[in-house]
Design a protein around this ligand. Structure first.
Ligand code: DGJ
Length: 732
């Protein structure tokens, strides 16, 4: 079988007898099939030209529990976490996968029904599919690797198949997207964890023997754990050392597991959460898993982030706004909440327009009879009490002001107090004969059963008819509760465990249909803030509301954590009122502006209430952001100071455009300290021999001076201070 393996070579993939060598511009990923036919992992790291030595351990090892494998199974000697668990028709759970064949495809095939990164012809992407089979059972696994040479990215996923020889169904209890074995355990695990309004806090901890895991059982990827983890080598920091990043392109229940075994080796596995998961495959059927995006960096977290940022901007996000500068918006949520009139909205929009803002967003409360969060979800019909002239009249008036008009929806939901519930009480997720949870904690609402086609079609119709009815150029797609009572009356008893994934397939179908039918609408995803800030949603919607916490100080940490994986252009960040509504903190308008400008900028307050002085300040902020917008949204991000280091009192960033001719620096200090107030900040990402002018300061200096000596500043006394600088290359 192994001898029959051909010699193959394709751009980025070299196959030599028993070895598969995946090469990006900077990395190598090597696998080999051992004498027993087990596909083993040999290496992932900086690029290697030649691999001639192979591995005696992999060839001779008789104990599978010690082998580094590419797809792990349980029941036949490997006691670590498996990648897949299959229950056969006779109820047995012992699995054994052996190499069968491979195939190389030019380009990257789409995944049926799931979001994924994509390749363009110029990327010269190749895809390797290695098929493994269980000789005692009727199933196979296709291990699918796509190699992006110029992006330094490898994507992985697995397709499981009932080969149907025995004419019996099989049941997947676990069907992860990948697992990867490392031959050492001296790593730190980095994860992005938190809660509502405290999303993506950076946590690092040394690996210890046993299992360490992040996961979601909430039906959304969640604010509690993001579907991302990284292993950091012993010397890894922001700019140095080895980092392995793993990010799942999925928005539902997931698990990212790291296990250190008794031999001090490490296994990383990721995919749909096996908890309460099950999937029946009848003969001939296949199960597609979500894709994982693997990034290796030997220059620390900074390079890992820049790799993810560029890749996601260019090969995950789509649509007419992908490369377009995003409008500066003003949103009425924190200005009015549910209590507004058409007149009030127009006043806010007009005030925003006078200050240079480009888009007015009407948030929650415009439909049904929604005066609180306890009614009307599902009834996507305008509330004439609040908008007596209708939605399209309001949209027209905003258009006449010269602004775009955006609208909030929460299409996956249904309120018990709604017409929709009256006519379709069975459309919500529920367990028959059990009252579904819709307490205050679940925001008094239920979730529609998107595993059902008829419900999905309703959502598409309801949202589309509003979008077609008025001049709407932006949609905020919200989702404000976790799932309970999981199951569907459309599934039979044997298939109830398929529910959570079927919900995701329904949601992705809806998103694909609506976003492609309205290609000129800018979609922003939201899940009580960043509760579904993941690559799955970014595939359909190129920006996400980063957090419901709009306090500038809180946002420094939230945005820093988010920036580890997700590009600044995808992070929506707004200036809100003072005192802040979430934490009551007082911060200056300058600091609030400087924090929000680090991403996709906007305002969320009552702009009619600004004083004259504030108006001048806001006007200047808007003009400034328009100037720096291309660098922030499409440049490269260099993190200079972390709010997670030391006492967490400072943070700083430097954004540099692709030509390295322009840079924007933001520097924050949280609390004033009674020592020297003269500080230096070393920049990154500039051209050492290039001279740069620091605008407005009269200072010019070479890139290497700015990076080695740094820029100087004298900090004024007071808490919550911020500075920004713009650097331009001086023609030489
Ligand atoms: C939660 C969102 O995160 C907020 O920005 C706002 O849109 C509310 N929902 C509206 O209900």
């Amino acid at each position: 079988m192994i001898a029959a393996m051909e010699r193959g070579k394709s751009m980025g993939i070299v196959v030599k007898e028993k070895q598969f060598h995946l090469q990006t511009g900077k990395t190598s990923y090597i696998m080999m099939v051992n004498t027993k036919g087990i596909l083993c992992h040999l290496y992932y790291g900086t690029q290697m030209e030649n691999v001639t030595i192979g591995s005696i351990q992999i060839e001779k090892e008789t104990n599978v529990d010690s082998l580094p494998v590419e797809c792990a199974v349980f029941g036949t000697g490997d006691y670590r976490i498996p990648t897949v668990e299959v229950e056969l028709e006779n109820g047995s759970m012992a699995n054994e996968l052996r190499y069968k064949c491979y195939q190389i495809i030019e380009g990257k095939p789409k995944i049926n029904g799931l979001p994924s990164t994509y390749a363009k012809e110029e990327d010269k992407v190749s895809t390797l599919i290695i098929t493994l089979e269980d000789q005692y059972a009727d199933y196979e696994a296709d291990l699918i690797y796509s190699v992006f040479p110029s992006y330094n990215v490898i994507t992985r996923r697995i397709r499981y198949r009932n080969t149907g020889k025995g004419n019996q169904p099989i049941k997947l209890h676990r069907a992860l997207s990948f697992s990867l074995d490392f031959d050492q355990d001296n790593y730190e695990l980095l994860q992005l964890s938190g809660a509502w309004s405290r999303e993506k806090t950076v946590y690092k901890r040394p690996l210890v023997p046993g299992i360490q895991e992040i996961d979601s059982k909430r039906g959304i990827s969640s604010a509690v754990q993001n579907p991302f983890l990284a292993l950091l080598g012993e010397t890894a920091s922001e700019d140095m050392g080895e980092v392995y990043g793993f990010n799942l392109v999925y928005s539902g229940n997931f698990a990212g597991t790291v296990e250190v075994d008794p031999n001090h080796r490490t296994r990383v596995a990721m995919g749909i959460n096996p908890f309460q998961f099950g999937w029946e495959l009848v003969p001939g059927q296949e199960f597609e898993t979500p894709e994982a995006v693997l990034v290796y960096s030997d220059q620390g977290l900074g390079e890992m982030s820049r790799t993810y940022h560029k890749f996601y901007r260019e090969r995950l996000c789509r649509g007419s706004y992908q490369f377009k500068e995003r409008p500066i918006l003003i949103n009425n949520w924190e200005a009015t909440y549910f209590q507004f009139t058409e007149e009030k909205l127009l006043e806010i929009a007009k005030a925003g327009k006078e200050l240079g803002m480009e888009l007015f967003v009407l948030d929650d409360g415009w439909f049904g009879h929604r005066d609180l969060d306890d009614s009307s979800l599902g009834d996507w019909m305008v509330d004439y009490r609040k908008l007596p002239n209708g939605l399209s009249a309001l949209a027209d008036k905003i258009d006449t002001l010269g602004m775009g008009f955006g609208l909030w929806f929460e299409p996956e939901m249904i309120s018990i107090d709604s017409k929709l519930y009256e006519s379709h009480p069975d459309w919500c997720i529920h367990v028959p004969e059990r009252a579904p949870q819709s307490t205050m904690h679940q925001r008094n609402q239920l979730i529609l059963d998107l595993s059902r086609q008829d419900v999905c079609e309703y959502v598409i119709r309801a949202v589309s008819s509003i979008l077609a009815s008025s001049k709407i150029s932006y949609v905020k797609w919200d989702m404000n509760r976790s799932m309970t009572d999981c199951g569907s009356i459309s599934l039979n008893k044997r298939n109830q465990r398929e529910f959570s994934h079927r919900y995701m397939l329904g949601l992705y179908y809806i998103l694909e249909t609506i976003t492609s039918n309205f290609p000129n609408v800018l979609f922003e995803s939201c899940c009580s803030g960043g509760g579904r800030f993941d690559p799955g949603m970014l595939y359909y919607m190129p920006q996400t509301w980063t957090s419901d916490d709009t306090d500038a100080v809180e946002r420094i940490k939230i945005q820093y954590g988010t920036s580890l994986v997700y590009p600044p252009v995808t992070m929506s960040c707004h200036v809100s009122a003072c005192p802040n509504h979430q934490v009551g903190r007082l911060t200056s308008l300058k600091t609030r502006g400087d924090v929000a400008m680090c991403g996709n900028f906007g305002y969320e307050l009552d702009a009619t209430k600004f004083t004259e002085e504030e108006k001048q300040q806001v006007k200047a902020q808007v003009v400034f952001y328009k100037e720096i917008r291309p660098v922030i949204q499409f440049g490269e991000l260099y993190r200079l100071k972390s709010p997670y280091d030391g006492d967490g009192n400072e943070a700083a960033y430097c954004y540099v455009n692709e030509e390295k001719s322009e840079a924007v620096v933001f520097w924050y200090q949280i609390l004033a300290r009674p020592c020297s107030r003269l500080q230096r900040l070393k920049l990154k990402g500039l051209v050492p021999q290039q001279k740069y002018q620091i605008l407005g300061t009269g200072v010019t200096a070479y890139g290497d001076e700015l990076m080695k000596l740094g820029i100087e500043r004298f900090i004024e006394n007071g808490d919550f201070r911020s500075e920004h600088y713009v650097l331009r290359a001086v023609p030489m």
